[in-house]
Design a binder for this molecule. Structure first.
Ligand SMILES: O=C(O)CCC(=O)C(=O)O
Length: 266
């Protein structure tokens, strides 16, 4: 059953207030089951396409984790040695017309306009985060803003929208957000000597007990702030936990990896 949000899909005043206070907002029931079935097929087609393209890509390892760059796209693999299971693809919209359509969907973009307070919006980046049953690894606590601050001078204006293609539960490693952590700007990373350690938020800067689980049925959207500390546990269930995270910005700015401007049609 689809929730009845306002006709324009804009956020209500209460929703916007809550997003600003906590750094996240969940809207359930935005996409219907039939749409989700189609979208899951689109996702799997995109994953197959990305994986086959990696044969022509540039492979490298960071902290023993395999990454492959193919043009402007990066494909990350699961961390077990020799795993061929795709974990993350970024950016992803170019891989399938169904994804091109999705990133412009009014149900996603209109709330982003409410958050940004602007009529014109463009795409910053988007990624598929795929946690296969029993195999999908977790994401350490981090903010996106320190990662993006070198490529954007408006890092406060890069809201994320997470769309759950599958039910997201504690067991399958749902997204988790540290409540109100977005209010503290860019926080320092860890300095544990690893290559990727600097991307993870110094654990001395927040209380893990402030975590909020973004448990939500398939078809839900989670909006979260670029400064919100977030992460997720591994998938301990037999069920997949597939999602796309779409990040927007005011109109007229180039995308993170492609450097091309991708304005959302008004
Ligand atoms: O998909 C997840 O569980 C975490 C996503 C995330 O941390 C990210 O994409 O930055």
């Amino acid at each position: 059953m689809l929730q009845q949000y306002s006709h324009s899909h804009s956020l209500s005043e209460e929703e916007l207030f809550s997003y600003r206070e906590h750094g996240y907002l969940i809207r359930t029931g935005v996409f219907a089951e039939q749409e989700l079935q189609d979208l899951r097929e689109v996702v799997e087609a995109a994953v197959s396409r990305a994986h086959s393209q990696t044969a022509q890509g540039n492979t490298y390892f960071l902290d023993n984790k395999r990454f492959v760059d193919v043009g402007d796209m990066t494909v990350q693999y699961e961390h077990q040695a020799n795993s061929d299971t795709v974990r993350v693809i970024e950016p992803v919209q170019h891989l399938h017309p169904g994804l091109e359509e999705l990133v412009f969907d009014r149900r996603i973009v209109e709330p982003v306009k409410s958050i940004l307070g602007t009529e014109g919006v463009s795409i910053w980046t988007n990624k598929l985060n795929l946690k296969r049953g029993r195999e999908g690894s977790g994401f350490g606590w981090h903010q996106d803003s320190p990662y993006w601050v070198h490529d954007s001078d408006h890092v406060d204006l890069l809201p994320n929208v997470y769309l759950a293609f599958d039910d997201a539960t504690r067991e399958n490693g749902c997204l988790k957000v540290i409540d109100r952590s977005h209010l503290r700007g860019c926080l320092p990373g860890t300095s544990d000597g690893t290559q990727l350690g600097g991307f993870f938020t110094d654990p001395g800067c927040f209380e893990e007990s402030d975590e909020v689980l973004m448990e939500a049925p398939a078809g839900s959207l989670v909006f979260f702030d670029p400064h919100s500390i977030h992460g997720s546990a591994p998938n301990e269930s037999d069920l997949p936990r597939r999602a796309i995270v779409m990040t927007y910005q005011p109109a007229g700015f180039p995308m993170l990896k492609t450097g091309k401007i991708c304005n959302v049609p008004v």
